[in-house]
Design a protein around this ligand. Structure first.
Ligand SMILES: Nc1ncnc2c1ncn2[C@@H]1O[C@H](COP(=O)(O)OP(=O)(O)OP(=O)(O)O)[C@@H](O)[C@H]1O
Ligand SMILES: [Mg+2]
Length: 362
């Protein structure tokens, strides 16, 4: 069933963080459900955007996907290589078609595959070692993965080449991270990831801390590199307009779950989950004033998520069924999935209901 296009297939992935018991008599251990049964595919060569408000679990999803956090349950199948190809010694009985389940790899196997799967963070300063020069930072991965020998001329050439690809000048080789601007530091982070020749990169809010003009330079760099190097991205951001600009497909996350996913254009033009409808109504436009749907309240705690649909407490469409029954996932058009009891109602119908309720309240 697996199409050759898939690079990653995430199946019912969960990440629950255990919390300390509040009292000795409390039954069972409480958990924070940061990622709660997420199923999605990332296709080769695409940019998959993941959006949602702060604390909904985007970063935890990105890290659990890469096995930087060990998953509570679920599978992450990687189709980028066969296990035999990257580590014949450790090969198991997998075929290219089945993919490699990253959750089942030993730490040693995972280390060997790590070069394929990289991550770039929001804050480039705290993710760069201040005591290493930029050259050393970029070279580190290439040495670890045995592409080049430490101290060799070839390594230096490779580092300079990688820096150039990322818009950094060769004279910057011997400088330290604090001598760079925010945008340049993010270029260093990108170069560090690129130097290990990855296939897949999680970009976690990687332009959120930058000025708008620098943001677009970094986004363009990421887009160019994707084409040149044949990369695939999971692009995490709470900024919908950025995600809209770069993504082929997107998923909208709320309280650890995906509530809507599909082609970026379909989701933006025809949002069907009330949460997505509200998020999109809040994107600033150049076409003058438009009616913004205001959501009441905050996201509930992921320690004790509500029953039924996770969004029902803030939803302008909510009915009795939403409080009790988890919403079924409906495919409203090809590849466009919505987890809502009222998925069939159009965007406009939903907008009208939201705005009329808003008026009554106002
Ligand atoms: N290491 C951890 N231990 C315990 N709880 C955690 C841990 N990391 C994240 N969380 C919790 O998991 C939930 C999801 O956090 P996460 O950082 O994934 O959200 P996010 O969507 O990336 O938010 P933001 O947009 O602010 O970056 C939050 O409630 C957070 O407090
Ligand atoms: Mg985050």
């Amino acid at each position: 069933m697996n199409s050759t296009q898939e690079l990653l297939s995430v199946i019912r992935l969960k990440k629950y963080f255990p919390l300390p018991k509040k009292s000795f008599f409390q039954k069972g251990r409480p958990h924070l459900r940061a990622v709660d049964e997420i199923t999605l595919d990332v296709k080769k060569g695409e940019i998959f955007g993941l959006v949602g408000e702060s604390g909904c679990g985007k970063s935890t999803f990105g890290r659990t996907l890469l096995q930087l956090y060990s998953p509570t349950s679920g599978e992450v199948k990687y189709f980028g290589r066969s296990l035999q190809e990257f580590a014949p010694k450790y090969a198991r009985k997998t075929t290219a078609d089945e993919g490699i389940d990253l959750t089942k790899l030993t730490p040693k196997e995972l280390r060997l595959l790590r070069k394929d799967l990289q991550i770039i963070f929001q804050d480039p300063y705290s993710s760069l070692n201040p005591r290493m020069t930029v050259g050393q930072i970029i070279a580190e991965g290439a040495i670890t993965h045995k592409y080049y020998k430490k101290g060799s001329k070839e390594l230096q050439n490779y580092v300079v080449e990688t820096m150039k690809k990322c818009g950094l000048q060769p004279y910057m080789l011997h400088r330290y991270p604090h001598q760079f601007s925010g945008g340049q530091r993010q270029r260093v982070c990108i170069a560090r990831a690129l130097a290990v020749k990855p296939k897949f990169i999680v970009c976690d809010e990687c332009v959120s801390a930058l000025d708008v003009s620098v943001q677009s330079q970094i986004l363009n760099l990421l887009l160019d590199l994707k084409e040149q190097e044949g990369l695939t991205y999971l692009f995490i951001s709470h900024d919908l307009s950025v995600v809209r600009h770069v993504s082929n497909r997107i998923a909208v996350m709320y309280l650890g779950k995906i509530v809507e996913s599909g082609n970026a254009q379909d989701v933006f033009e025809n949002p069907r989950h009330p949460y997505t409808v509200a998020l999109i109504s809040a994107i600033p436009t150049t076409e003058g004033k438009k009616d913004k749907i205001l959501l009441s309240g905050n996201m509930p705690s992921p320690v004790s998520p509500p029953s039924g649909c996770p969004f029902h407490m803030r939803c302008f469409m909510a009915q009795e069924c939403c409080r009790r029954i988890p919403a079924p996932v409906v495919e409203i058009e090809k590849g466009h999935f919505v987890a809502c009891h009222f998925a069939e109602k159009t965007t406009e119908e939903k907008r009208k209901i939201a705005l009329s309720k808003q008026k009554v309240k106002g």
